[in-house]
Write a protein that binds this ligand. Structure first.
Ligand code: KIV
Length: 281
């Protein structure tokens, strides 16, 4: 049965870890639902791992909605979060509500996620007041990573750690149902997790958060451009795929594929008829 935000709150209370993964398409979403993930993120990381951009900034609402629709079809009974792309929520509260609403109305998501701490509290409040579930995202925020010199860990000094903690508190106060914290030392992840009453999900935020999220291509060993420190690869699918592609090319070139068992047969007696007709011509 699909979990709700009340289930996630209860899991935090009981100390049950929340399992969270990104998904961008129908077949992976089907496998995620079968595996039993608690929640799925249709992340704007699709920009990098699906579309091949060097960052997440180019992603548009239309692209994100398409991914979210596909994931919803693949995982109808899983809690799905749509990731608000760059400039879909920064312009105004009205703009943020309208775009969060598109995710709900067009893709049937259960929540949206948006990046930023103190500077987006009015947007979080607006989206929640409009009746939607919002997850915050602080620490390393890829859409604005250019302002901090790239994809770098955050909160590694007392001053910057305090800023991240203040962001966390502000997002909870604004009404978010959960918070994603990216790329901070485990001690900072722990303080935030213990300070907030809402579930805290971590990616590169250590072992003390209420749950963990990874990018599906990283977990499966499918994304080769770079591997962040916080990734654990549970498979090496690029190796498996390369091997399969190589074997297929070889089979076609040497006529080993297709074999008899891959061929359709004519209806009994019809081949003789065909040959006869061809001769008449
Ligand atoms: O877009 C994304 O995949 C994210 C990750 C950091 C989880 O936000």
């Amino acid at each position: 049965m699909k979990k709700t935000i009340l289930d996630f709150k209860a899991m935090k209370k009981k100390g049950e870890k929340i399992t969270y993964l990104t998904a961008y398409d129908f077949p992976i979403a089907q496998l995620c639902e079968k595996a039993g993930f608690d929640m799925l993120l249709v992340g704007d990381s699709a920009g990098m791992v699906v579309h091949g951009y060097s960052g997440t900034v180019p992603m548009t609402m239309d692209q994100m909605i398409q991914h979210a629709e596909d994931v919803r079809r693949g995982a109808p009974n899983t809690f799905i979060i749509g990731d608000m792309p760059f400039l879909s929520y920064q312009l105004s509260v009205e703009n943020a509500i309208a775009n969060a609403g598109r995710f709900y109305k067009e893709a049937g998501v259960d929540a949206i996620k948006l990046e930023g701490g103190l500077r987006v509290v009015d947007k979080v409040r607006g989206i929640v007041d409009a009746g939607m579930n919002a997850m915050g995202h602080i620490g390393l925020t890829p859409q604005s990573s250019g302002q901090v010199g790239g994809f770098k860990a955050q909160g590694r000094t007392a001053d910057t750690a305090l800023e991240v903690i203040e962001d966390a508190v502000a997002i909870e106060k604004a009404g978010a149902f959960a918070l994603l914290v990216e790329a901070v030392p485990p001690e900072v992840g722990k303080i935030i997790t213990e300070t907030l009453s809402i579930p805290v999900l971590g990616i590169g935020a250590g072992m003390y958060t209420d749950g963990q999220v990874l990018i599906v291509g990283d977990l499966l060993g499918l994304f080769e451009a770079f591997t962040p420190k916080f990734v654990k690869k549970y498979a090496n699918l690029s190796e498996v795929i390369e091997k399969a592609f190589g074997e297929y090319i070889d089979d076609v070139q040497t006529s080993k594929f297709p074999e008899e068992k891959h061929c359709y047969r004519m209806v009994e007696g019809e081949l003789d008829k065909l040959e006869g007709r061809l001769k008449e011509k």
